[in-house]
Design a protein around this ligand. Structure first.
Ligand code: FAD
Length: 458
């Protein structure tokens, strides 16, 4: 279940190799044409029961910026299950399929000479630049790819059930027997693929506990969405599109990452379990004058508090509480001076906010001291390579989180060790954290199921 990249690629691969197989793709969100986010019209997040930004055909990727990160080092941990060589092969394969579905040919992150210079520059400030190839589909290009995928899957005979939530994974004597849907209908099946993404991560953990599937607690990345003038980061974004930078902060020695960079993009909201958080996207059609990116502090809690997800959600809830269920926005200069931002102060910012409906306030009421210090120290370090990034006018939106969910113990085929025929892939399984590795995990599962059903070799 789950029609995100994992579910889509798994279905595609099974049908490609075993055309007479029967596949039902169960998705709690809308079909591609029905997906929307009322924020565009209403001007703020209205907390839809099923968030159109993260749910529906295409999964969390559908409205996203559509950056295909063509590397094993970013966007997931698939290599720990299937080995590095296999991941590289799958990345190439997945990229080919995206190209076939209409992804643009242009690649970023291939100019070695300029990358070397940027790396040197970053290194001098104590920042590690992790370069890799990126194919940028853009939010609009990504949608075209999904439309083609949707059409192809239908031609192949895949059946869909939208607006339908899987409630329970059904097992019988250590083997999977199907899925019980909301409303009580039982869909029998020899194989079940659980790929419910971050939005379904809580549900999957509950099912895993019930079925005795082992997993370990995930890490959490918590921070802010930063918005600056596009010029500030241009030197990096025109070569790499998405400069991934890592910094270890002087005071706490915490790992802070620059992540999900959107040149010419806009800040958007998403909601998880009724909590509004922020994210970013860039559209091909309508570029803004700004670039936004996530600045995230990585934390993994150990004994006695192991539930990193709940910790992050509590902080996001606090921000929602203060801002009346909307994201908070603050100028960096106001944060540094220990005063809240007001609409009037935001209106004097040189950087014009791209997110409508964010509430001007004070992020220092939300983030623990440790996080604030980490974020400010990292912005100062970044200023050494991208002057202007820690200007008073830089805008900070909170809360941004990347929940790394739980990491499941799985066989190299991504089948669970305890329930035969049950496969877990994508972000919810802790296997991926991005489109490419989520898609690749779907291919791994699809090939294994097809092999067991006597399908053609890949
Ligand atoms: C705004 C945004 C921008 C992003 N930009 C990028 C990017 O540029 N590049 C990149 O690599 N990654 C990006 N990502 C991350 C990327 O989208 C995810 O890593 C990827 O989609 C994960 O794929 P998945 O198949 O594991 O899960 P998802 O894509 O999350 O899909 C899971 C699906 O399962 C459904 N579901 C959940 N529970 C149930 C249930 N019980 N029953 C039925 N259906 C269920 C959900 O509705 C959802 O549609 C972005 C994410 C967001 C939110």
């Amino acid at each position: 279940m789950g029609a995100g990249p994992t579910g889509i690629f798994a279905a595609y691969e099974i049908k490609r190799l075993k055309p007479d197989s029967e596949i039902l793709l169960v998705e709690m969100g809308e079909d591609l044409t029905g997906r929307n986010c009322p924020r565009e019209d209403v001007g703020k997040c209205v907390l839809c029961p099923v968030c159109g930004v993260v749910s529906g055909f295409g999964g969390a990727g559908a409205f996203s910026d559509g950056k295909l990160n063509l590397t094993k080092d970013v966007g997931g941990d698939l290599a720990s299950y299937i080995g590095e060589k296999a991941v590289w092969d799958l990345i190439d394969y997945v990229d080919e399929v995206y190209l076939e579905m209409g992804a643009p040919k242009r690649l970023y992150g291939v100019d070695r000479q300029r990358i070397r210079e940027l790396k040197r520059k970053a290194y001098r400030q104590g920042l590690l630049l992790v370069p890799f190839r990126i194919r940028h589909m853009g939010s609009d290009g990504g949608r075209t790819v999904l439309e083609n995928f949707r059409k192809r899957l239908e031609e192949m005979g895949v059946e869909f059930r939208f607006r339908t939530r899987a409630r329970r994974i059904v097992t019988d004597g250590g083997r999977v027997g199907g899925v019980e849907l909301e409303g009580g209908e039982l869909v029998a099946g020899r194989y079940v693929i659980a790929a419910p993404g971050r939005v379904g991560a809580h549900w999957l953990v509950g099912e895993a506990e019930r079925l005795g599937i082992p997993f370990e607690g995930g890490r959490v990345d918590l921070g802010v969405r930063v918005e600056v003038s596009e010029e500030v980061m241009r030197e990096f974004t025109e070569v790499l599109y998405e400069p991934k930078l890592i910094y270890y902060t002087p005071t706490f020695d915490d790992k802070v990452r620059v992540f999900c960079v959107n040149p010419g993009g806009e800040v958007v909201t998403e909601s998880y379990w009724g909590i509004v958080t922020v994210n970013g996207q860039a559209r091909e059609c309508c570029k803004t004058d700004n670039t936004n990116f996530a600045l995230l502090v990585s934390t993994k809690f150990t004994e006695p508090h192991r539930n990193s997800i709940d910790y992050a959600l509590d902080i996001a809830r606090l921000a929602n509480n203060i801002a009346g269920n909307q994201p908070l926005i603050q100028r960096l200069g106001d944060l540094r001076r220990g005063r809240r931002s007001t609409p009037e102060r935001i209106s004097r910012s040189v950087v014009r906010p791209t997110l409508k409906g964010a509430v001007a306030g004070d992020l220092s009421f939300v983030y623990p001291y440790r996080y604030l210090v980490d974020l400010l120290e990292t912005l100062d370090a970044l200023n050494g390579v991208m002057p202007g990034i820690s200007s008073d006018h830089t805008l900070l939106y909170g809360v941004e989180l990347k929940l790394h969910t739980a990491k499941f113990r799985l066989k190299p085929s991504l089948e669970t060790e305890t329930v035969e025929g049950l496969f877990i892939g994508g972000d919810a399984g802790g296997v991926s954290r991005g489109l490419v590795q989520a898609s690749a995990s779907g291919v791994v599962i699809g090939r294994e199921i097809s092999r067991r059903m006597g399908g053609a070799p890949p």
